[in-house]
Design a binder for this molecule. Structure first.
Ligand code: AHZ
Length: 306
């Protein structure tokens, strides 16, 4: 596949003004009585937010890559891709208000996050400390991993996260000569709108065109396995295998190995894959999500290098 030529854009660098210094303990005794923020009018705040958001909608309407789902796999994919190719415009669409998917906790409501070796190399890369055990490592709180990864991804100038936004369909094209179906982007809507299609009439969606979509929406659930379920309903694949029971040892290797382009233009990674292939779940061990993300990013890099 040969993606369209990529236009290098000047990265968006926000103008930062030095803020009024917050009083320190060295200040005078009445420091808090005299403290005041700079003046602002309400409309200034509205405009500061909306003009940037609409500029982003405009800019990312044509993206190079769309990542659907900002869980541990989607964010890992975004990190590797954004770092390797600063010239690619990467849109992340996340249905939840809070990105991170299931990676804010280790398992059940426990804090520690377990990753089997060699996934710790990714932790080294993003600078998350861990406790080393024999065949695995432990991050003291899953939120430490997720917040670190998320903040690094959001700092890349070539990444825009659209959260509280659901992908509710795929853009598809059939090649008239080969009859081959290609995915060419995503159809989006505010998540709250997507959730009310049954009781409100006609709330049409928006779109993002992109030659490559990576779907990492997790296993089946209220929002999960979105793209692969859609592939079945559009007859691009016959049926889903359905996620199987938990086998920690087997499941992680399988998810990493089977990360792939399922139909042209659509790469699937993370636990969404278990629904396609009838693979086991691994439960609360997260290494495969990071390494599947690395694998997905490498597939995309190869596509753009072709
Ligand atoms: O909100 C979802 C979550 O943040 C988001 N998402 C799902 N459908 C979407 C849609 N549009 C936009 N239509 C959507 N966003 O996708 C994210 C998926 O994150 P996740 O943490 O569920 O999936 P993952 O594959 O990155 O990580 C799976 C972690 C698991 S599940 C598991 C088990 O069940 O055994 N074990 C592990 C390690």
């Amino acid at each position: 596949m040969s993606p369209p030529a990529v236009t290098l854009e000047k990265p968006y660098v926000p103008e930062l003004r030095s803020a009024k210094t917050v009083p320190t303990s060295l200040d005078t005794a009445n420091k808090w009585e005299t403290f005041a923020f700079d003046h602002i009018r309400e409309s200034t705040v509205s405009r500061a937010m909306t003009k940037r958001y609409f500029a982003d909608l405009d800019k990312y309407a044509e993206s190079d890559v769309v990542i659907v789902g900002a869980g541990s796999c989607g964010l890992s994919t975004a990190y590797v891709l954004a770092k390797s190719r600063p010239d690619l415009k990467i849109a992340i669409v996340e249905a939840g208000v809070a990105p991170g998917g299931g990676a804010w906790l280790g398992g059940q409501l426990f804090s520690a996050m377990i990753m089997r070796k060699p996934a710790q190399t990714f932790l080294d890369e993003i600078g998350v400390p861990y406790e080393e055990q024999d065949t695995y490592v432990v991050v003291k709180h899953a939120a430490l991993f997720t917040s670190t990864l998320l903040s690094k991804v959001l700092l890349f100038p070539n990444v825009k996260l659209f959260n509280a936004t659901a992908v509710e369909d795929l853009i598809t094209r059939v090649d008239p000569t080969t009859g081959e179906l290609r995915v060419g982007g995503v159809v989006t809507n505010w998540t709250l709108v997507s959730m009310h299609h049954d009781d409100q009439s006609c709330m049409d969606p928006n779109t993002i065109n992109a030659p490559v979509v990576i779907s990492t929406t997790g296993h089946d659930g209220p929002f999960g396995a979105f793209s692969v379920k859609r592939l079945v309903s559009m007859a691009a694949i016959e049926k889903l295998g359905g996620m199987r029971g938990l086998d920690m040892k087997a499941a992680e290797d399988v998810i990493v190995k089977r990360t792939r382009e399922i139909v042209p233009g659509l790469i699937v990674g993370g636990m969404e894959l278990s629904e396609v292939d009838g693979a086991n779940r691994m439960g609360p061990t997260f290494g495969a999500m990071l390494v599947s993300g690395q694998h997905a990013a490498e597939i995309v890099l190869n596509i753009f290098d072709e």
